[in-house]
Design a protein around this ligand. Structure first.
Ligand code: P6P
Length: 323
């Protein structure tokens, strides 16, 4: 009967986070309030992207929306946005204990051709005391208390981890609510896909070149991997999370630190990958162990299925030994 047609136990992202909060009796609900403001920003950007706003306006618009939503939440003390050269220190009367790093519209150069783009965010607690300084956002990624992304594509999907697993929520436009659609996401231990911009191949270092060669011409009798590269990090990472495989943005001779930004691209995606049973490596160390010196610093990144990243780590270790 009617009840069968509609799932009546609607698990909205708000309910989900409140359930998480109830596991921390000491919590004052600040995180739930912070998250509800991030969700509001995502809903706004989702509707603006779907209205077909042109890219430049969307970049600025989405940044303004997130900055205003985060400041007005009264739960943040310092913000770092890909769109702002300097960190934003929240005025004392509106300050809270959280530090949010975010890229309001990552991959926005893909908007005009309809490729999925997204918002990426990471959340730290203020280190100590109440004076917000840059030190509070120059923490290693392992100190993040939460991270996530919202992908604006055929549907609007928000993928979030608060440190106990990864869950995906899809926006139901008729309700204006994000509903749990991907519970407890776990990335396959090994994948059949590699994702890299092959156009940079001539500048790759040895281990990266060797890994990609093995993907194309396996020597152990296994079949070659498929190449899938969208060029929008949120879309490439979302596919990697759900289907398995490995996403690489390696260093190369032209850009020794790769292209992707540590605080609001590498750390949040690495946090999610580890929470989903995968891993993330910079070519030198576990990505989440990196201690950033500057808020817009870049790092090479190899993330995805646990076994696939192990192979890359072995190739870099062998190179280390040979030197
Ligand atoms: P390339 C988009 O510009 C972006 O920042 C990420 O979303 C994406 O993964 C990467 O750059 C693509 O870079 O050099 O392959 O075009």
């Amino acid at each position: 009967h009617a009840a069968d047609a509609f799932r009546t136990d609607l698990m909205t992202i708000t309910r989900f986070v409140l359930n998480e909060q109830s596991k921390h009796p000491e919590s004052r609900g600040d995180f739930s309030i912070l998250l509800s403001h991030i969700v509001l920003g995502c809903k706004f950007v989702c509707s603006a992207v779907n209205k077909g706003e042109e890219q430049k306006k969307l970049d600025v618009l989405s940044n303004e929306v997130f900055v205003k939503a985060l400041v007005s939440s009264g739960r943040t003390c310092i913000l770092v946005s890909e769109e702002d050269e300097d960190a934003i220190i929240v005025e004392p009367s509106k300050r809270g204990r959280y530090c949010v790093v975010f890229d309001p519209l990552d991959g926005s150069s893909n908007i005009d051709c309809g490729v999925s783009i997204g918002t990426i965010f990471g959340i730290y607690m203020i280190k100590d005391g109440d004076e917000a300084t840059l030190e509070d956002v120059l923490q290693p990624g392992k100190n993040m208390v939460a991270a996530g992304y919202c992908m604006y594509g055929s549907s609007c999907t928000l993928v979030l981890s608060t440190g106990s697993g990864v869950n995906g929520f899809t926006l139901d436009p008729s309700l204006g609510e994000f509903i749990l659609t991907h519970a407890d996401i776990k990335i396959p231990k090994k994948g059949k896909i590699y994702s890299v911009n092959e156009g940079n191949a001539k500048n790759w270092d040895g281990p990266t070149a060797k890994f990609v060669e093995k993907c194309k011409y396996p020597t152990d009798g296994s079949s070659a991997k498929s190449l899938r590269y969208i060029g929008s990090m949120v879309a490439d990472v979302h596919r990697t999370l759900l289907y398995g495989g490995v996403f690489l943005y390696p260093a190369d001779k032209k850009s020794p630190n790769g292209k992707l930004r540590v605080l609001y691209e590498v750390f949040p995606m690495s946090f999610l990958m580890e929470q989903a049973g995968g891993q993330s490596f910079t070519g030198k160390e576990r990505a989440l162990d990196l201690v950033p010196k500057k808020i817009h610093e870049r790092s090479p990144i190899f993330l995805g299925s646990y076994d696939d990243v192990e192979e890359i780590k072995a190739l870099y270790a062998a190179e280390e030994k040979a030197n």
